[in-house]
Structures are given as structure tokens and as C-alpha cells.
Design a protein around this ligand. Sequence first.
Ligand SMILES: CC(C)(COP(=O)(O)OP(=O)(O)OC[C@H]1O[C@@H](n2cnc3c(N)ncnc32)[C@H](O)[C@@H]1OP(=O)(O)O)[C@@H](O)C(=O)NCCC(=O)NCCS
Length: 314
Amino acid sequence: MTGSRILSLGHYQPSRVVTNDEIAQLVETSDEWIRDRVGIAARRIAGDETVADMAAAAADKALANSGLNAADIDLVVVATCTSIDRSPNVACRVADKLGIDAPGAYDVNTACSGFAYALGTVDHAVRAGASRNALVIGAEKLSDFTDWTDRSTCIIFGDGAGAAVVTAAGEDEPAGVGPVVWGSVPERGDAVRIQGWRPYVAQEGQTVFRWATTALAPLALQACERAGVDPSELAAFVPHQANSRIIDGIAKRLNIPQAIIAKDIVESGNTSAASIPLALSKLVERREVPAGAPVLLFGFGGGLTYAGQVVRCP
Ligand SMILES: CC(C)(COP(=O)(O)OP(=O)(O)OC[C@H]1O[C@@H](n2cnc3c(N)ncnc32)[C@H](O)[C@@H]1OP(=O)(O)O)[C@@H](O)C(=O)NCCC(=O)NCCS
């Protein structure tokens, strides 16, 4: 039962930057309100790119950074809740675009916690001997599901993708992906939803806010405990980028003043399953976290699902 580790990361964001002032031309809101209540200054919105295009672009970069090539990949897993096509799934499309031959290929939909869930399943596949080198991707085109007349949701979301190459750790190497802590609150699952035919994102914002700021810190601490990492050792905390105040609220309860707290939300908005790999990939690209240092990932969102694990920085 060899563990797994993240070998490399990559990300992709559409070129179009949409500022708060631009959104204030669509609905009654302001740059000041959005910065103050959510912490977002801008977000990227896709043009013609599909979820699969963005996923493949991020995965291509992660693969280029890994030293492996397409022939080495035997599993592709994509976390997304915004793919329009029911089939083929996004993972198959990514494999086709990157020329990956005959991989296991499946999508995971747990909304904003998707990347941590997908990473958990890939870690299990590696441990079970079902995969040696995998691509794990979070990719979302939330703009397709945004009601641009609803100011309670259209200010929040953005589009993008982040990807990781995950490989089997060596026999004598410590696991670089810690045990996943995952779960959900199905009885309150409707608090964030994209439901029905031709749906839009809808949410009970305050319910989500209260849940996130009260219930999640102890679960994130469980992920540290299961990895055998004391929170004081964390080099960084990369939570789902839902709201700056939620991120600060959880981080405060974790009591990790030494850790970098990812705040990609400021520039990217809430990109759901893409937000964790996007933020982590940027931290690594900027060399803000040393290789091998423990980083706590924690996703949460529609369902109300959550998942997190401690990973070693590539
Ligand atoms: C959505 C969210 C930003 C709203 O912030 P809030 O402080 O809870 O705001 P409220 O919904 O209580 O609304 C407060 C006031 O601001 C107004 N308001 C709501 N959206 C606004 C906007 N974009 N611009 C200006 N005013 C707005 C409301 O109408 C309300 O006005 P009222 O007091 O006159 O009725 C916040 O609840 C949140 O971030 N929740 C978590 C949601 C989330 O993370 N979802 C994704 C999960 S993955």
C-alpha cells in the first residue's frame, strides 16, 4: 500500500477580467460592498472555452511541470459541477485532448469540495494499485450557470481550472497526500444548489456562511490529526475560495499564524472545484511554499459536502 504524492501543479484562467465595477453595471451593487462582504476584487470569465478546454489547459501545464508525459498517465479524474454535456465526461475529453491512451477516466461532482474529494479517490486508487500516475483536475465554468440579474450570486463566481499530477510515493518515502476527511450535511444540501432544467446557482448565503465558519475548522483539524501533522507545522492553508471572511474565520479557529493563508479569491472569485488547485498552483509557482512542506487543503460547498487533507508541497 504505497501512498501518493503531488508531483506538480498547473492552472489555467480565461483572459477576460471582470471587475466589480463591471458587475455594478448589471445589478445594484458596488465595488466597496463586494470587497467588504466577500473579498473579491475581480474574477475571470470564460469566452468560448468549455470546462474540458480549461481542464485540459491546466492539466497540460501540470504534466509539463511533472517531467512525465501523456503515456505515463493511467488515470484522469475531473472535479466539476458545471459541465454541460452529460457524456462523454470531462475526464475523457481531457484525455483525448492530451493524447493520453486508455486511462481510467471519471468525473466527480461534489461542487466546491470536488478537488479534495477527487484527490482522495486518486490517493485511494494509487494505494490500491489501480493507478501509478494520475491527473487530478478541478475545472469550472460557473458563468454558464450564473443568473446575471441576481446580485446575491453573480458577484461571487468565476471560471478557471487547476490540476495536479499525482504519483505513487516510493517504498521508503512518506505519503505526500494525507488521509482524506470527507463528509456532507445532506439534510441542508439545498443551501447551495444548481438544480432543475437549465439551472442557475442559488443559495442561502447566511446558512452557508454560518455552517462554514462554525463546523469546518474542527473537521480541518481532523485532517491534520489523521496526517500526523500538528497545525503549528503547516506551511500553508488552502481552503476553498468562497468568501474572504469565511477563509479568515476558519483560519482563526485553526490558530495557524505561521501559515500562509491562500487568498486567490481576491483576483479569481469563487471558482468552485477549481479554487483549491488554482490557488495551490499559484503558491507553488511563486515559490511561496517550500517543497515537502505540509499544506492543508479543505473544500466545502453544495451538498453540503466537505473534504480535506494535508498534502506535501511539490
Ligand atoms: C452571499 C453573502 C456574500 C451575502 O452577504 P451577507 O452579509 O450575508 O448579506 P445578506 O444576504 O445578509 O444581505 C445583507 C444586505 O445586503 C444586500 N445585498 C445582498 N447582495 C448584495 C450585493 N451584491 N450588493 C449590495 N448589497 C447586497 C441584501 O439585499 C441585504 O440588504 P437588506 O439588509 O436591505 O435586506 C454571504 O452570505 C456569503 O458569502 N455566504 C456564503 C456563500 C458562499 O460562500 N457560497 C458558496 C459556497 S461554496
